[in-house]
Write a protein that binds this ligand. Structure first.
Ligand SMILES: Nc1ncnc2c1ncn2[C@@H]1O[C@H](COP(=O)(O)OP(=O)(O)OP(=O)(O)O)[C@@H](O)[C@H]1O
Ligand SMILES: [Mg+2]
Length: 254
């Protein structure tokens, strides 16, 4: 059985079918791409998987547990982490605090201890801080731990988003256009980082990205959406030469 099983997933917005009858799966340890023209339904699919929207039809199953109808925080605690297409950080907090908040959202059982400031809290806080700095180091952000998030360069903010998602120790990480707005140098660094995340954290990743070089370079399989429907699925080489995909991308010009 696959780690994540998506069956006949559909989302209507009024008369628009943003996601239509999508069936796909993610196996443990895979790095899978999700591509398609603007408005194809990629972000909506992530929103369905992470509980932001309820599906109109279809099912999402993680490790055999049905996720339909569960709240986003519950789905996050079951192991689905994500970043957003539009950066969502606490801009007026430090880089370190942004990560600590992501931890604390995930360790709600410690709320009572932290409220009373019990010794366990201090121990825990120290450990969490060390862990946060360790994560930040991997993303070359440890030197900016005390910098306000809003003062980071754009590419650094995008990396901090990924750190925050990893802080929740997801089984599956969904990245929504992590290279959007990055310059070529930042994109090249991010490509390396995504590879490292997969190897060092041993997690499953699904990546939405318009930068085809990045997608083709790091993913093992790719799903292609157009107008909410899956139009192709295969290895990067298969997708590159798929006639249907080429048509979708060239649109009216084909
Ligand atoms: N909350 C919503 N209400 C109504 N329509 C929506 C909503 N969210 C998305 N849509 C519509 O659903 C379709 C799919 O949008 P979505 O954002 O999922 O596309 P996308 O593939 O992520 O595009 P992009 O590459 O531009 O990010 C679009 O036509 C969009 O306008
Ligand atoms: Mg999108």
């Amino acid at each position: 059985m696959a780690l994540l099983e998506v069956k006949n997933l559909t989302k209507h917005f009024g008369g628009l079918t943003a996601v239509g009858d999508v069936t796909l799966e993610l196996n443990e340890g895979e790095l899978v791409g999700l591509i398609g023209p603007n408005g194809a339904g990629k972000t909506t699919l992530f929103n369905l998987l992470t509980g932001v929207y309820e599906p109109s039809e279809g099912t999402v199953t993680l490790d055999g547990h049905l996720l339909n109808g569960k709240q986003p925080y519950k789905i996050a605690s079951l192991g689905l982490g994500r970043t957003f297409q539009n950066i969502r950080l606490f801009k007026d907090l430090t880089v370190l605090d942004n990560v600590l908040i992501a931890f604390s959202n995930h360790h709600k059982q410690h709320v009572f201890a932290s409220f009373l400031r019990l010794p366990a809290f201090y121990k825990n806080e120290k450990e969490l801080k060390a862990k946060a700095l360790e994560l930040l180091k991997i993303f070359d952000l440890d030197g900016d731990a005390e910098t306000l998030a809003k003062n980071l360069a754009y590419g650094q903010q995008r990396r901090l988003e990924i750190v925050r998602a990893l802080a929740t120790e997801p089984k599956i990480l969904f990245l929504d256009e992590p290279a959007a707005g990055m310059n070529p140098q930042e994109t090249a660094e991010l490509t390396e980082l995504i590879r490292r995340i997969k190897d060092e954290f041993n997690i499953t990743i699904m990546l939405i990205e318009h930068d085809m070089n990045l997608v083709m370079e790091v993913t093992e399989r790719i799903y292609v959406l157009e107008y909410g429907r899956l139009i192709a699925h295969g290895t990067p080489d298969e997708i590159k030469s798929n006639k249907r995909v080429i048509e979708a991308y060239l649109g009216g010009e084909a």
